[in-house]
Design a protein around this ligand. Structure first.
Ligand SMILES: [Ca+2]
Ligand SMILES: [Ca+2]
Ligand SMILES: [Ca+2]
Length: 279
C-alpha cells in the first residue's frame, strides 16, 4: 500500500538498515524523574534568513494531517539513544506542525553535558506551508534555536508537552520511551536525513481513534490520528554524529539514501490525496 505511493523510495531500507540505528549508551535521562520547568526561557528564535537553514527539503517528510504513520509501532529506530560521539554546537530547526494543540518542546542533556531547557515554548505555525496554521502563529517554517555546545559523550532527549502552552502542568508529557509515556504508546519517531536528525511527535493520547476514558490511567483518549506530525523538527548534531548514530561508514551519499529509504515509510505530503485514497 505504501510502496504504491512511494516508488523507488524504500528500496534501500532493508539492505542498509540492518543494525541498531542508535548507539547504546549508559547515560540516560530517567523519564520518571523528568520534570517540566516552567521557568525555562524560550531561546531566541532565529529566522532562516539569519541561520541560513533551508527547511524546504525536509517538508516532503511531514506526514499529511490525520493520516496515521504506517506501522509506527514496528519501526526499529530508538530515539531514546541520541548519543553524541563528538562535541557539537547543537541547533534545532522547526520544520512544520499539524496540531491544534499549542505544544511545547524541551530537551535534556545527560552524560558529559548535563542541562535542560526549552526548545520551543509555543509550537504554532504561521504562514505559507504550515500544515496546522490554526492559531498562535509563533513559528515560521525553518525557524531555529541554538542550544549551545554539548560535549562528546552527551545524550540528548526531547520532550513534548502536549498543549502545554495552554494547559501548563496538567498537560501530558511524552518522551522517547513508549513505556514511560502516560498512555504507554510510542509518541516519537526519529530518522537520519542528510546531516540531520529528523524527529516527529504525536501529541494525542491513546491508540488510533480511541475515545473515552482510558480505564488503565483515568486519562482521556483523544481520538488520536497517530500522524506524528504534531511537531516535526530537525536537530543539527553535526554530520559526524549523524554518521556515528547511523553506523554508516561512508558519508553524504549513503546517508542520504538511508534517510530517504527509511523515510519512505512516511508518505510524501504532496501526494497526500492519493495516499488518503489508498488508506
Ligand atoms: Ca497532526
Ligand atoms: Ca497549530
Ligand atoms: Ca497527531
Amino acid at each position: 500500500m505504501i510502496k504504491k505511493c512511494l516508488p523507488g523510495l524504500i528500496f534501500t531500507a532493508t539492505t542498509v538498515f540492518t543494525g541498531p540505528f542508535w548507539q547504546i549508551n549508559s547515560a540516560s535521562a530517567d523519564p520518571f524523574s523528568f520534570r517540566w520547568n516552567n521557568s525555562w526561557q524560550q531561546p531566541q528564535i532565529l529566522p532562516r534568513e539569519t541561520t541560513g537553514f533551508d527547511d524546504t527539503f525536509f517538508q516532503q517528510y511531514v506526514q499529511a494531517e490525520r493520516v496515521a504513520l504506517p506501522n509506527s509501532q514496528q519501526l526499529e529506530l530508538d530515539p531514546s539513544k541520541l548519543f553524541l560521539k563528538y562535541s557539537h554546537n547543537v541547533s534545532v530547526y522547526f520544520i512544520n506542525e499539524g496540531a491544534k494543540y499549542r505544544n511545547q518542546l524541551a530537551y535534556t542533556a545527560t552524560g558529559a553535558t548535563n542541562r535542560s531547557g526549552l526548545v520551543f515554548n509555543d509550537i504554532s505555525c504561521r504562514g505559507r506551508g504550515c500544515v496546522g496554521d490554526w492559531g498562535g502563529g509563533a513559528l515560521r517554517l525553518g525557524d531555529g534555536v541554538n542550544l549551545g555546545n554539548f560535549a562528546a559523550g552527551t545524550k540528548l532527549d526531547f520532550w513534548l508537552r502536549a498543549d502545554g502552552w495552554r494547559l501548563g502542568d496538567s498537560a501530558n508529557i511524552y518522551g522517547s520511551q513508549a513505556s514511560f509515556n502516560p498512555d504507554g504508546l510510542q509518541h516519537m519517531v526519529a530518522y537520519a536525513v542528510r546531516d540531520y536528525i529528523l524527529i516527529g511527535f504525536e501529541d494525542l493520547y491513546g491508540p488510533l481513534g480511541a475515545r473515552g476514558i482510558d480505564p488503565r490511567t483515568g486519562r482521556t483518549n483523544e481520538n488520536s490520528d497517530r500522524d506524528f506530525n504534531d511537531v516535526v523538527f530537525v536537530v543539527d548534531v553535526g554530520a559526524d554524529n549523524v554518521r556515528a548514530l547511523a553506523s554508516v561508514p561512508e558519508p553524504t551519499t549513503t546517508l542520504s539514501v538511508l534517510g530517504v529509504g527509511i523515510l519512505g515509510m512516511l508518505k510524501w505530503r504532496r501526494r497526500q490525496n492519493k495516499a488518503e485514497k489508498l488508506l
